[in-house]
Write a protein of this length. Structure first.
Length: 374
C-alpha cells in the first residue's frame, strides 16, 4: 500500500477535482504492475495497472495476484469507464483498499459488489495516509466547497514580514515545499496588499518538465491591484466588492484576468463594506470546480478566514528568528482559538554551505495539522 500511495502522489496537480489514486498488483512479494491516475479525464489507477499486467503476464498469473488500491474502486461511468468491471474480469480475488469513496452515493458500492462475487476485500490498509491523499476531494464532493490550506512562513515571534523586505524568512527547502503545495492544489489565494508589496508571480517553480501552475486568486475589495502586477494574466481571478468603478474593472480586465464581484459581508444587520462575503466566494469557487486552495496571506486575510472558521488545515513554517513589533503579525484579533489536530512536526534542514546570516543557514520547523476551532 505504501507503494500505491507513492504512485498516487505522482498525479498531484493534474487530476483537478478528481482524487489522487494509486494501485499495485502484487504476487508472492513480486510487483507485477503499478498505476496511478495521472490526468483529469484519463484512465484510473486500477485500469492502468491491469493493462500493464496483461502485456507481461498470463490471465492465470494475474488472477492469483493481490490488488492494492488507495481508494475504493469506482462503479460509475464518468469521463472514463468504471474500474469495477475490469477488476471482475481480471479474476483477482484478493483486494486491499486504503479507504472508502467519500462520495455518499458511491461509498461501499464496489466493495459489496466484489464480495457478492466471492472476492476477499479488506478495507482500511494505511487508512490515515490514504485519507490524507484525498482530503481535498472529500471536502469538495461532500460540500461543493474547496478545501482551504493556510500556508504561513513566520519568525518565532509570529511575524510574517522580514524587517529587511528583500530577504526571505524561511530557508530554501521550506520554500521548495511551498512550491510542491502549489503543484498539488488547484489555486493560490492571497490579499492584494501582499501583491502590491511583493509583486509575486505566484507560479510553481520545481525541477522537471511536468509542472502544474495553479489558478491565482487575489482578494482585492476595491481593485487596487496595479495592472502591471506579475500575477495578473488569464490564469488569475481578482475578487472584489460589488460596485467597483468601470475604470478599475477595465484596467484589470485588460490583463486577461477574470473579475469576480461579491456582495459585502453582513454582521449584526450592518454591512461591513471592506469585507467581502467569503461564504459566497467559497461556494462560487466550488461551483467553478476549484476543489483546493492554498491561502498565502497576508495578516488580514488569515484573520478573516480564521474568524469565518474557513481554513481546514495549516502548514506553518517557522524560522528561528525574532523580528519584533515593526514586522506584520500572522494574525490580528481572533474570535476563536485554533488548535491543530493530527499534528505533524518536521525539521527542514538548512542548506549546506549557506552564507552565514541568510535564511538558508538555519534549520526551520514545519508544523502541520487540521484546524479545530474553539
Amino acid at each position: 500500500m505504501h507503494l500505491a500511495i507513492a504512485e498516487a502522489k505522482k498525479g498531484s496537480g493534474f487530476v483537478q477535482i478528481n482524487p489522487l489514486v494509486g494501485a499495485v498488483l502484487e504476487s508472492n512479494g513480486k510487483v507485477l504492475a503499478k498505476g496511478y491516475h495521472s490526468r483529469f479525464g484519463g484512465p484510473h489507477a486500477e485500469a492502468i495497472a491491469l493493462k500493464k499486467a496483461v502485456k507481461k503476464y498470463s490471465k492465470q498469473e494475474i488472477a492469483r495476484a493481490n490488488l492494492y488500491v488507495t481508494l475504493e474502486p469506482c462503479t460509475r461511468r464518468g469521463k472514463t469507464l468504471p474500474c469495477l468491471p475490469s477488476i471482475k474480469q481480471s479474476g483477482i480475488k484478493n483486494i486491499f483498499i486504503g479507504t472508502l469513496d467519500p462520495n455518499p452515493g458511491e461509498q461501499g458500492r464496489s466493495i459489496r459488489a466484489l464480495r457478492r462475487i466471492g472476492c476477499s476485500v479488506k478495507v482500511g490498509i494505511e487508512q490515515e495516509e490514504c485519507d490524507y491523499l484525498i482530503r481535498t476531494f472529500r471536502k469538495w464532493i461532500t460540500t461543493k466547497k474547496p478545501f482551504l490550506l493556510g500556508k504561513v512562513g513566520m519568525s518565532l515571534d509570529g511575524k510574517v514580514t522580514h524587517p529587511d523586505e528583500k530577504r526571505y524568512i524561511t530557508n530554501t527547502l521550506a520554500r521548495d515545499r511551498v512550491h510542491k503545495l502549489r503543484q498539488e492544489f488547484d489555486a493560490i489565494m492571497l490579499g492584494v496588499n501582499t501583491v502590491i508589496r511583493d509583486d509575486p508571480e505566484l507560479t510553481t517553480r520545481l525541477p522537471g518538465k511536468r509542472v502544474s501552475h495553479p489558478m491565482k486568486i487575489i482578494l482585492d475589495s476595491r481593485l487596487r491591484v496595479p495592472s502591471k502586477s506579475k500575477a495578473l494574466d488569464y490564469n488569475t481571478i481578482v475578487v472584489c466588492l460589488e460596485g467597483v468603478t468601470m475604470k478599475r474593472k477595465r484596467s484589470v480586465a485588460n490583463t486577461g484576468a477574470t473579475i469576480l464581484e461579491l456582495p459585502p459581508e453582513e454582521k449584526r444587520g450592518k454591512q461591513l463594506f471592506e469585507q467581502m462575503n467569503m461564504q459566497v466566494l467559497m461556494k462560487e469557487l466550488g461551483r467553478r470546480k476549484i476543489s483546493s486552495v492554498v491561502l498565502e496571506g497576508g495578516s488580514y486575510v488569515f484573520t478573516t478566514f480564521i474568524n469565518r472558521q474557513a481554513i481546514d488545515e495549516f502548514y506553518i513554517f517557522t524560522a528561528p528568528q525574532l523580528f519584533g513589533a515593526t514586522s506584520l503579525p500572522f494574525t490580528y484579533a481572533l474570535q476563536y482559538t485554533v488548535s491543530l489536530q493530527n499534528m505533524k512536526v518536521e525539521l527542514i534542514p538548512a542548506s549546506k554551505g549557506a552564507e552565514v546570516g541568510t535564511a538558508d543557514d538555519a534549520d526551520n520547523l514545519l508544523v502541520r495539522g487540521y484546524a479545530k476551532y474553539n
